[in-house]
Write a protein that binds this ligand. Sequence first.
Ligand SMILES: NC(=O)c1ccc[n+]([C@@H]2O[C@H](COP(=O)([O-])OP(=O)(O)OC[C@H]3O[C@@H](n4cnc5c(N)ncnc54)[C@H](O)[C@@H]3O)[C@@H](O)[C@H]2O)c1
Length: 285
Amino acid sequence: MLVTGAAGALGRATLTLLARLGVPATGLDLYDPGGLPADRVVTGDAGDAAAVRDALDGVDAVIHLAAIPAPTLGTPEEVFCGNTRATFVVLEEAGRAGVRRAAVASSFSVLGLPWSPRVLRPAYVPVDEALPLQVEDPYGLSKQADEATSSMMARRHGMSVVALRFPLLGGPGDKLGKTAARYADDPGSGVKELWTYLDLRDAAHAAFLAVTRPVSGYHAVFVTAPDILAPQPTEELLDRFHPEVERRAPLPGRAVPIDLGRAERLLGFTAGHPYTRDHAVEESS
Ligand SMILES: NC(=O)c1ccc[n+]([C@@H]2O[C@H](COP(=O)([O-])OP(=O)(O)OC[C@H]3O[C@@H](n4cnc5c(N)ncnc54)[C@H](O)[C@@H]3O)[C@@H](O)[C@H]2O)c1
């Protein structure tokens, strides 16, 4: 398998999973930090067709993660043009090389909520894949375009392409622990993310399922933990921060306000590493 963005947080978690499962893996990234658990590492830009062709040698499936993962980490042109070019080139070259399975990292940000300067309201909760998008930033737009590219490439090359709409990703001892502590003090700081999260190990597992389960054609799918990262009950948070948003199903306890039905049906995915405060203490001690 080819993993792009191999040196990043999710790339490393994915290579670690593939190594554990005994799946041969090639990594592609702009830089090679050394020590990546891959059989082969190609250094290059995922938007460069020659580098991608080199990386695709002997590959039967692609997990495309390479991207600038926030609109604040580059100019608007770098974020939008760099991300969308990479996705186009990786899927086009994969299709031309005969690869028929691909997963692409999309994002919860495709909804537009996280990076808007305003607090946008989703039309309804639980959020599902039919929810209208309201993108106002170059990163969210890059993921919206990546999803359109994925859908086109699935038809063009007869591939299966799954666009995984990841929420905030991290490990319990770092990003998730810090964010959980912030939400506990200031639950309003999580409203744009709807307090969603996913452990990197689960995100890697979802990516693996997306290229190995019997899937055909193109699908966008939300993959999140089944609970939220804030300690308060979900409906209490919605009453306080989104009182006017239509509720289409009960959200008992700290249930995530995302419909995970497609992830379960399509990929057989449920998160195996829910966040708990105990984990955070264990990992950081
Ligand atoms: N981290 C999150 O919370 C989160 C949430 C939702 C979606 N995502 C998506 O998941 C994917 C992985 O995110 P991450 O957290 O591992 O990010 P990261 O920044 O840790 O890793 C991204 C990696 O991609 C590489 N890269 C970027 N552009 C490249 C290019 N053009 N060619 C080759 N390599 C390139 C970088 O060098 C880096 O190693 C991204 O597509 C991101 O948009 C991340």
